[in-house]
Design a protein around this ligand. Structure first.
Ligand SMILES: Cc1ncc(COP(=O)(O)O)c(C=O)c1O
Length: 433
């Protein structure tokens, strides 16, 4: 391919790609390895974004690259519905083994997180013969129509794209820093979970509800972590009413929180778990794993897709699982402790940091103009992201007010890279605060 500068490629992008797909940085990538991205002009960036939570095992891990090459030389596509292949069924076996729940499970593969969400809902509806789905405020589940309906935030995701799917109902989430009920943990006794029972009286009848879908740690919504007891309470209420619990682990899973799945921190066992993003480090793959009897409910031919569980993605995912089941999770726990300690120190120094929260190395800091009023500092967060990029650190923000700086770096980041990244972040924070 021709050698072009960032600016030349940007001109091409502007002319030939629509405005809708957003870009956080104006760079074009030449190569990436571990936690470092190099652009086409040879400038290096420390990656605290991991392609939005996709590079948990690091860019171009050797084992993953060899698995991809080996598979590409054997065959690229037959379609699982036409002629099956071992990587698919072996990966399904591994997912059934590693997901929480000591009962028979089955796994079905698709191409993207949103598609996993769509299929989780299809399967839950079919298995329960009920239509309603309960999702949460601040949830993000993707951009296809059901996934977008389940997604909470209006701008930029939903604005102008309605009408949305029927039979989706929205509950407040356990966002303790901005409690939707104005309560304080632990005195609240997790009223926000018990509220589900009230929801059944005033909003949707329990026996009309197929599933509650939740992110165990909300990602795009602002790295929001509910209290430890929250999901057990939600699950118990669901069980009382024959409602399935779907956990969307697309961003929080595959080692992101220092455990394979974030729901393990809550000691809760979902009926269906959705995986994506880091499962195949960027190759298109997502999974729907659930209790065997639920997954087997839809009739033959009711589920499918041309590319779902393509062999190259499945081989990459098998290599990812080998890495995650090796030493990487232990490293992730240590990384989480380092990032948390650093952020808590920063919070002591800079009043703009209203809250530091997260699980393991999935950590965010919420920026506010004033700690008492908690007025969101969205513009400041935007400026921080921009200035970090200019100094060679790629970092993302999230949250309903776009004011949460979130950390999704590859778990393989070295201490030196981490230090350099922190130094850039801290200096820019100093300027902004
Ligand atoms: C929790 C969650 N669910 C679903 C999705 C959608 O995944 P995809 O972009 O692969 O469709 C995302 C993407 O950010 C996500 O964070």
């Amino acid at each position: 391919m021709e050698k072009r500068t960032n600016q030349e490629l940007m001109a091409l992008r502007q002319e030939h790609v629509p405005a809708g797909p957003f870009n956080i940085t104006p760079i074009f990538v030449k190569r990436a390895k571990g936690a470092i991205i190099e652009d086409v002009e040879g400038k290096e960036y420390i990656d605290f974004a991991g392609g939005i939570g996709v590079e948990n095992v690091g860019h171009c891990a050797e084992q993953v690259v060899s698995a991809i090459k080996e598979q590409a030389e054997q065959f690229i596509h037959t379609c699982f519905h036409v002629a099956m292949y071992e990587p698919y069924v072996e990966l399904a076996r591994r997912m059934n083994e590693i997901t929480p729940g000591d009962f028979p499970k089955k796994t079905f593969f698709v191409n993207s997180g949103a598609e996993a969400v769509e299929n989780g809902v299809k399967i839950a509806r079919y298995a329960t013969k009920r239509a309603a789905i309960i999702a949460f405020q601040n949830a993000f589940h993707g951009r296809t129509y059901m996934a977008l309906t389940l997604t909470s935030q209006i701008k930029p995701y939903k604005w102008g794209f309605g009408p949305f799917c029927p039979e989706v109902y929205r509950m407040p989430y356990a966002y303790c820093y901005r409690c939707p009920f104005g309560l304080k943990y632990p005195a609240c006794e997790i009223y926000c979970a018990d509220y589900l029972e009230e929801f059944f009286i005033n909003t949707v009848a329990a026996d009309a509800v197929a599933a509650v879908i939740a992110e165990p740690v909300q990602g795009e919504g602002g790295f929001i972590v509910p209290p430890a007891e929250y999901f057990k309470r939600i699950k118990a209420i669901c069980e009382n009413h024959g409602i399935l619990l779907i956990m969307d682990e697309i961003q929080s899973g595959m080692g992101r929180t220092g455990k394979l799945f974030a729901c393990e921190h809550f000691d809760v066992i979902p009926d269906i778990i959705l995986t994506g993003k880091s499962i195949a480090v960027g190759l298109p793959l997502a999974g729907v794993t659930g209790r065997a009897e639920i997954m087997d409910a839809p009739h033959v031919g009711g589920l499918g897709g041309t590319y779902g569980g393509n062999p190259i993605s499945c081989r990459a995912a098998l290599a990812v699982l080998d890495l995650l089941q090796g030493e990487l999770l232990e490293k992730a726990v240590q990384l989480g402790e380092k990032v948390r300690a650093r952020f808590l120190n920063l919070q002591e120094e800079y009043k703009i940091i209203g809250d530091v929260r997260g699980l393991g190395p999935m950590i965010g800091m919420e920026l506010v103009k004033d700690r008492a009023s908690k007025e969101p500092a969205g513009d400041e967060a935007g400026e921080l992201v921009k200035r970090c990029y200019e100094k060679g650190l790629i970092v993302l923000r999230c949250g309903a007010y776009h004011n949460v700086i979130r950390i999704l770096m590859p778990l393989v980041i070295t201490d030196d890279e981490l230090e350099r990244g922190f130094a850039i972040l801290e200096d820019r924070l100093k300027e902004i605060a």
